[in-house]
Design a protein around this ligand. Structure first.
Ligand code: ZN
Length: 178
């Protein structure tokens, strides 16, 4: 038994829609049926391999990210989860920015935390704790900031200031063991 298009339409559309279709023609009826059909439960079609692989990879990444977020909660390096350091930076800038963002920056505060320096105070100006934020305002690095000026990206400025601080620290006498 075949179903005519009119009876098929009637079985899936309500009276109001059928009246509206009657006045607008077959094309509108096809659109209405298509729209209605898209809202019905869809059959489980077999997935192509590439789609299945993509879904599995996405789920794996999502599970891994949840694990990383739990492990990083409250840690300084949790900023690395939303890492905004461009992957195309030259190695020198990339290393400096990664160290700054992770907090494992080999500046006095970090070196004090891992028992290499006996004080977290900036060894260049002796004013406050030597963190990556301090480098932006450290008077002993004022010449570097002026030299860099507004040239380059923020990554370029951060990296150059960082390496200048590290070079000056390396030139200091090494007597800071506990
Ligand atoms: Zn300083």
């Amino acid at each position: 038994m075949t179903i005519s298009s009119a009876s098929y339409s009637q079985s899936y559309l309500d009276d109001e829609e059928i009246l509206e279709i009657g006045s607008k023609g077959a094309e509108y009826r096809a659109d209405a049926l298509s729209k209605r059909g898209s809202l019905l439960p869809q059959p489980d079609a077999p997935l192509p391999y590439s789609t299945a692989k993509r879904l599995v990879d996405a789920k794996k990444q999502s599970i891994a990210r949840e694990g990383h977020e739990k492990a990083a909660a409250g840690k300084q390096w949790d900023t690395l989860l939303n890492n905004s350091i461009p992957k195309t930076l030259p190695r020198r800038q990339s290393v400096a920015c990664f160290r700054i963002q992770s907090g494992h920056d080999f500046l006095a505060k970090h070196l004090n935390r891992i028992c290499i320096y006996d004080s977290p105070i900036c060894t260049l100006c002796l004013i406050e704790d030597m963190t990556s934020q301090h480098l932006d305002t450290c008077p002993a690095l004022q010449d570097i900031s002026e030299q860099i000026g507004d040239d380059g990206t923020i990554w370029y400025r951060k990296a150059n200031t960082y390496w200048a601080a590290r070079e000056r620290m390396a030139a200091e006498p090494r007597i800071r063991r506990n």
